[in-house]
Structure formats: structure tokens, C-alpha cells
Design a protein around this ligand. Structure first.
Ligand SMILES: Cc1cc2nc3c(=O)[nH]c(=O)nc-3n(C[C@H](O)[C@H](O)[C@H](O)COP(=O)(O)OP(=O)(O)OC[C@H]3O[C@@H](n4cnc5c(N)ncnc54)[C@H](O)[C@@H]3O)c2cc1C
Length: 415
């Protein structure tokens, strides 16, 4: 039996941020991080897919600017250049959308706070707002919504989207690339931490004074408290047993919050110089943006929500076919695309993630569900992870913020 003060389950941003916060605390805290995978970072995953191309981000790619992202030192230091989104292209029914009525214009501008804010009652789903829109405007808005929230408009709470807009404390409001890659952030957070990799947690036993964690390899770890940063998709799949079971309130939160699907596609292309910042379309992989241009070209494709549902059903070769067709429809000059130049990551199929990121389903009170998800159980089981943050959920910032919050709770228990 291995003993320490705090066990952190999961070495994604939330777990690493929690552990490094505890490591920097004034009093000496013995922290052990247990990570299921052989690599660190969770949904941060920097990888070089082809030897003649720079590394790409298979998971999170941008730092969305906001006050907390500037207040968290590692994130603030890791902020690189602002993303130049450049000229957008909208491609529907096999044609480039140039003009269109006011709704199409509004959908193309993507300013949702405007169109959702003017909707008289913000109950219901984002899809309800779009019902009265023309098919073209609806398609454009849906592709845009899915690209950000990873959920189909009909599934997504209008109130939650509006609230997040309203409460998000802006920095300059831009998106940033991390300085270098996100791997740099992972490395800096993980510095000098005691992390055990390839150690999936199977069981968490919690009692009045301590927590015991049993791993798949038969390891036993005991601590005064534990910070659980399992992704919502993993909690929903009940792959980790809690003994005694979690409170009803927590189980309802786990059940009722949504996890959006995301399939991210990478395509090695020669000399991408289309001058396009991003493209939205009704293709099987509807959203595309260049990560590297010129001779180092890498295009990134994104299918989420409903589009990801359809893609996730297919075998890998089908997904690659549809990705190649999508590239061909939007950027015909890049044809032919070879299968060895396509790489697919389906985040729902990742055993230790089981989805892209959390969203608030229509008809749910996201605030109280997230408060319940974040709440400690029995004063020794603490919870962090993107889905537990009330405003910055679904982001790297939210995950880091939740890790700091849980670390502060742990310090209070240990005091
Ligand atoms: C494709 C994609 C693109 C994204 N783009 C952006 C973006 O541009 N900007 C942004 O801000 N956010 C983005 N996000 C969201 C962001 O990546 C997440 O909000 C954040 O990384 C979540 O961190 P976390 O620590 O909460 O969870 P995770 O990173 O999922 O960490 C949880 C950890 O727990 C581990 N684990 C799971 N099961 C077990 C077990 N049984 N035992 C032990 N360990 C276990 C996992 O392996 C993982 O390391 C994106 C997400 C995805 C999937």
C-alpha cells in the first residue's frame, strides 16, 4: 500500500494544474498523480504525424482569451501569437455561399449573442431559435454552433449558451495559439511531480478519514483525500467504481450533463495557399482550417455533434473517404488526397476520454448540475475537470481553473 496526502486521478490539465498547485503550496504536501495512459495531457495531445510536417494538436489547439487564462500563470506564459482567422468560406449544396438574405448574413457573422439574445424566451434549445430561419441560414448556423459546442443545436441549451457569453470575462477576446505547442504547457505543469503512468484507476474506496484507490495493475494507494479529474464521458460510462457509490445529486449531474462528440481530421497537403481562414460547409467533415500553410501544409477538419454521430458509426477507411471527399468539394485544387495523408482522431473512441467536451443539454439547469459535479463528497473526495467549471467548461482554462479550485479544497482538508 502506497501512502501520500493527496492522490490525483488523471494527468490532464485539471489534474496537472491541481498537483502543481499543491506542490507549490507553502506546506509540504505529498501528492501522487495516477494516469491511465502512457502519455500526459489527456485532451492536450501534441503529435508529429508526418516527418516532413510540424507537430499538430490532436486535441485542444487554441487558448480562448479570457481573464482567468491570463490569471493562471502557466497558461498566461504559454500564450503565443493570436490566431489570424482570416477570410471565411461557406460552402453548401455544392456551392460557395456569397450573398444571401439578412439571416444568412447573420449566420455567417456568427454573432450568436445577438441572435440568441434577441430571442424572447431563452428556454429551449438553440435549435428552437433556428426553426424559423431559412434552410441555408440554419445550415450555416448549425455548422458554426457544432464547431464550437460539439453538440447539435437541437440538443444544446439556449440559456446556457447565452449565459456563458454573458459571464465570460474577456481578455482581448481573441484566440491564441500556445507558444510552441500545448506539449510545452503539459511539460511545465508536470515538472517535478510524482506521476505514475499506465496506471488506470479501477476503484475508489472512500471513508470518513481516507481514500483508497485501486488500479488495474493491482496497485493500492491511500491518501487523506483524492482529486478526481476523470472526464465526464468516463464517469458516465461508470468505468471507475466508487465504494460507497457517489451521492444521488452527483450521479444525476453525471447523467444529465452532455458530452459532445468530436472527430478531428488532419490532412497533409502540398502548398496550401488558398488564403482561407476557415471553411464551414454541409460536407461530411463540415469545418476546415489550415494549421500550416505553404509547403508544410496541414489542413484540420472538424466534425462534431450531429456530424460526428454520423462519422463515428463508420470504420476508419470510410471516415478517411468522407474526409477526402469533403476536402475535394471545398478545395478542389488539393485533389487527389491520398489515404496515407489523412489522420483521424475520434475522441469518443478514446477509452480514457469517451467524448470531446461537456455541454449543457436543453432543458437542464447547467449551473446547478455543474455545482453538483464539482461538490466534494464526504470531505475527502474532490472533483475537478473541465465539466465542473461553471463558466469556462469545455476549455483548457476551465480545466486548469477547476484544478486550482480542487487543490485549494484539498489544502483546507489537510490544514
Ligand atoms: C478535439 C478537441 C479540441 C479542443 N479544442 C480546444 C481548444 O481549442 N481550446 C480549449 O480551450 N479547449 C479545447 N478543448 C477542450 C479541452 O481540451 C478540455 O477542456 C481540457 O483539456 C480538459 O482537461 P481535463 O483535465 O478536464 O480532462 P482530460 O484532459 O481528459 O484529463 C483527464 C485525464 O484522466 C485520465 N483518465 C481517464 N480515465 C482514467 C482512469 N480510469 N484512471 C486514471 N486516469 C484516467 C485521462 O487519460 C486523462 O489524462 C478541446 C477538446 C477536444 C477533445
Amino acid at each position: 500500500m502506497e501512502e501520500c496526502d493527496v492522490i490525483v486521478v488523471g494527468a490532464g490539465v485539471a489534474g496537472l494544474a491541481a498537483a502543481s498547485y499543491l506542490r507549490g503550496a507553502r506546506r509540504a504536501v505529498r501528492v501522487r498523480v495516477l494516469e491511465a495512459r502512457g502519455r500526459l495531457g489527456g485532451r492536450l495531445w501534441t503529435k508529429r504525424l508526418w516527418p516532413d510536417r510540424p507537430a499538430v494538436e490532436l486535441g485542444a489547439e487554441f487558448i480562448h482569451d479570457c481573464k482567468p487564462a491570463r490569471d493562471i500563470p502557466d497558461l498566461n506564459r504559454g500564450r503565443g501569437r493570436p490566431v489570424k482567422w482570416g477570410r471565411g468560406r461557406w460552402f453548401f449544396d455544392g456551392q460557395v455561399v456569397l450573398g444571401g438574405g439578412p439571416r444568412v448574413q447573420q449566420a455567417r457573422e456568427g454573432a450568436w449573442d445577438g441572435w440568441i439574445g434577441r430571442y424572447p424566451k431563452r428556454a429551449g434549445s438553440v435549435g428552437d431559435v433556428l426553426k424559423t430561419w431559412s434552410r441555408r441560414a440554419r445550415q450555416i448556423a448549425a455548422a458554426d454552433v457544432e464547431s464550437e459546442y460539439a453538440a447539435a443545436p437541437a440538443d444544446l441549451s439556449m440559456n446556457a449558451v447565452y449565459d456563458q457569453w454573458d459571464r465570460w470575462e474577456d481578455g482581448e477576446g481573441d484566440d491564441f495559439h500556445p507558444k510552441g505547442t500545448y506539449e510545452g504547457l503539459v511539460k511545465s505543469l508536470a515538472r517535478r511531480l510524482h506521476i505514475v503512468r499506465d496506471e488506470p484507476v479501477d476503484e475508489v474506496r472512500w471513508s470518513r478519514n481516507s481514500v483508497e484507490v485501486v488500479t488495474a495493475s493491482g496497485g493500492w494507494h491511500r491518501a487523506r483525500c483524492a482529486i478526481i479529474t476523470l472526464p465526464l464521458g468516463v464517469l458516465q460510462a461508470e468505468k471507475v467504481r466508487f465504494i460507497p457509490p457517489l451521492s444521488r445529486r452527483k450521479r444525476v449531474a453525471i447523467r444529465d450533463l452532455g458530452v459532445g462528440k468530436v472527430v478531428k481530421v488532419f490532412v497533409r497537403v502540398d502548398s496550401f495557399a488558398e488564403g482561407v481562414g476557415y471553411a464551414l460547409s454541409d460536407c461530411a467533415v463540415p469545418v476546415w482550417w489550415p494549421r500550416h500553410v505553404g509547403r508544410n501544409g496541414v489542413l484540420v477538419g472538424w466534425a462534431a455533434g450531429h456530424s460526428a454521430d454520423t462519422l463515428s458509426d463508420g470504420v476508419l477507411i470510410d471516415v478517411k473517404c468522407r474526409a477526402a471527399q469533403s476536402v475535394g468539394a471545398i478545395f478542389p485544387r488539393l485533389l487527389p488526397v491520398r489515404f496515407e495523408d489523412i489522420h483521424v482522431v475520434d475522441w469518443s473512441g478514446e477509452e480514457f476520454t469517451r467524448g470531446g467536451y461537456s455541454y449543457t443539454p436543453a432543458g437542464c439547469d447547467g449551473d446547478s448540475l455543474r455545482v453538483a459535479l464539482a461538490a466534494p463528497e464526504g470531505d475527502m473526495l474532490l472533483f475537478a475537470g473541465e465539466a465542473t467549471d461553471d463558466v469556462y467548461f469545455a476549455t483548457v482554462t476551465g480545466a486548469a481553473r477547476s484544478g486550482h479550485r480542487a487543490a485549494q479544497e484539498a489544502l483546507r482538508i489537510l490544514a
